[in-house]
Design a protein around this ligand. Structure first.
Ligand code: ADP
Length: 260
């Protein structure tokens, strides 16, 4: 199973991606987590990304595309993966499509979490204070000012992906305002529906039989019947005429004989 989880900051992508990874035994690939790790380890990527992330802007496309290209080919992603926070721009989505194509992989679904943006700030403030209470480090970008930039970046660069994937026919939407468990259940239902749909489209050994059966029954046979009916009317008329003519002629002949 290969999925993309779309949604604005604070929509609950991380929480749901976590659950999905467990449920389907697939790798959770969060570009945000990977970049934060790179920043913490002060790798070359981390040093490039640190200030950009702190401002709430997006790090350059080539950087994240490189990370993902490497990551999806790791052994833990063999069974599938869930992309959380990637793609975030149309350029990233195009690059992902080419990458998957070159690896002979396909996407099973793109799930978009639909949330009321007015509550995002509140959610992120709650997340920051919960982490603080637990004695954990609060994300440097989890503050009201940076959050505004993150939401603006989402609207301008990431939200267009909803239409992008809708046009491709792979988009599934889920109401992200419900309680966590209900959102998870809704995602599960959407994935089951996506699986059933792709099984219908994909030709398997069993499929051609069904296609043949339906096509023979539903299309050609009925069409054939209609044709046969149409053809039979004039055929009956043609048969009837000579019959009548025969009768008449018989009648006339008999009358002539009777006259004689
Ligand atoms: P959020 O909770 O806002 O969705 P993430 O944890 O996914 O945040 O990402 C945090 C930050 O990491 C982003 O604001 C951005 O700077 C950077 N980032 C993560 N993923 C990407 C990406 N695919 N492209 C560009 N920047 C990214």
């Amino acid at each position: 199973m290969r999925l993309i989880l779309l949604g604005p900051p604070g929509a609950g992508k991380g929480t749901q991606a976590n659950w999905l990874a467990e449920r389907y035994k697939i790798a959770q690939l969060s570009t945000g987590d990977m970049l934060r790790e790179a920043v913490a380890k002060q790798t070359a990527i981390g040093l490039k990304a640190r200030d950009i992330m702190a401002r709430g802007e997006l790090v350059p496309d080539d950087l994240v595309i490189g990370i993902i290209a490497d990551r999806i080919q790791q052994p833990d992603a063999k069974n599938g993966f869930i992309l959380d926070g990637f793609p975030r721009t149309v350029a990233q989505a195009d690059a992902l499509e080419k990458l998957l194509e070159s690896l002979g992989m396909n996407l099973d679904a793109v799930v978009a979490l639909i949330v009321d943006e007015a509550i995002l700030v509140r959610r992120i403030e709650t997340r920051a204070s919960e982490m603080q209470a637990k004695g954990q480090a609060v994300r440097t970008d989890d503050n009201p000012e940076t959050l505004r930039s993150r939401i603006a970046a989402y609207r301008a660069l990431t939200e267009p992906l909803i239409d992008y994937y809708r046009r491709k026919g792979s988009l599934r939407t889920v109401d992200g305002m419900e309680p966590i468990g209900q959102v998870s259940a809704a995602i599960g239902r959407q994935l089951a529906a996506a699986k059933a749909e792709s099984a219908k489209k994909r030709p398997t050994y069993g499929a051609p039989k069904i296609v043949k059966k339906t096509s023979r029954k539903a299309v050609p046979r009925r069409a054939g019947l209609r044709k046969a009916k149409k053809a039979s009317k004039p055929a009956r008329k043609a048969k009837r005429k000579p019959l009548k003519a025969k009768k008449k002629s018989k009648g006339r002949k008999a009358a002539a004989r009777r006259k004689k």
